[in-house]
Design a binder for this molecule. Structure first.
Ligand SMILES: [Zn+2]
Length: 214
């Protein structure tokens, strides 16, 4: 169409991440340069589900991927148990690359829930160092078992009153509890170094709370 600049968001994916950034740039162009006839795509029409965005992002990842040679055994011989919180990226917090460490995540980063995986890392992969990381502002500190039990009962009409959601209120205490749980467990190999850290989501800093060797 004469006098009309048509720009597809898809063509800008290589320049801007995520797609919303490209859209923002187009909005700025329209506003600042007064290009009233730029045809902006309808943001709703281009809204992808998270999974669709993943599939698209993966195409770029595959194009530059060169880690197919890595062995299953982690190079630093360490397993990290931490929270599933979306703000925590263990690789960035701890300076890890692919193949460096095994990372197990769940709500709160509670170790009692992960014995199956911990046993496998120790007995099948030979890992002898465990790092436990809980963090400030953790969602697990914001409710109790009773709250979850009643919510599930109301929403799903299920009785899960015997399910422990391992909530806690004192982060350092929960770290000590989990390290103590591992120290006492007959399923953790003798000679395992276990360090418990508190991660501050406001500053990005980890602080050592407890360190023991079994
Ligand atoms: Zn958390």
């Amino acid at each position: 169409m004469p006098g009309t600049l048509r720009i597809k968001l898809q063509t800008l994916h290589h320049m801007f991440e995520p797609a919303e950034s490209a859209y923002t740039v187009l909005l700025l162009l329209q506003k600042r340069i007064n290009l009233g006839n730029i045809c902006l795509p309808d943001p709703e029409a281009h809204k992808m589900t998270a999974s669709q965005a993943f599939e698209e992002a993966n195409v770029g990842y595959v194009a530059q991927y060169n880690l197919g040679h890595l062995p299953i055994q982690p190079s630093r011989m360490v397993v990290i148990v931490t929270c599933m919180d979306a703000r925590l990226d263990p690789a960035r917090i701890l300076g890890l690359a692919e193949g460096d460490a095994i990372v197990i995540r769940n709500a709160g980063g509670r170790v009692a829930e992960e014995m199956r995986s911990l046993i496998m890392t120790q007995q099948l992969l030979g890992v002898r160092e465990i790092v436990v990381i809980h963090h400030t502002d953790c969602g697990v500190t914001k409710f109790t078992n009773d709250v979850v039990h009643s919510r599930v009962h109301e929403a799903l009409h299920q009785d899960i009153s015997d399910m422990d959601f391992m909530t806690f209120s004192d982060i350092d205490a929960s770290i000590k509890d989990d390290v103590s749980f591992l120290r006492k467990s007959p399923l953790v190999s003798t000679g395992t170094l276990i360090n418990g850290y508190n991660y501050n989501v406001s500053t990005g800093q980890i602080s050592l709370v407890v360190s023991i060797t079994t």
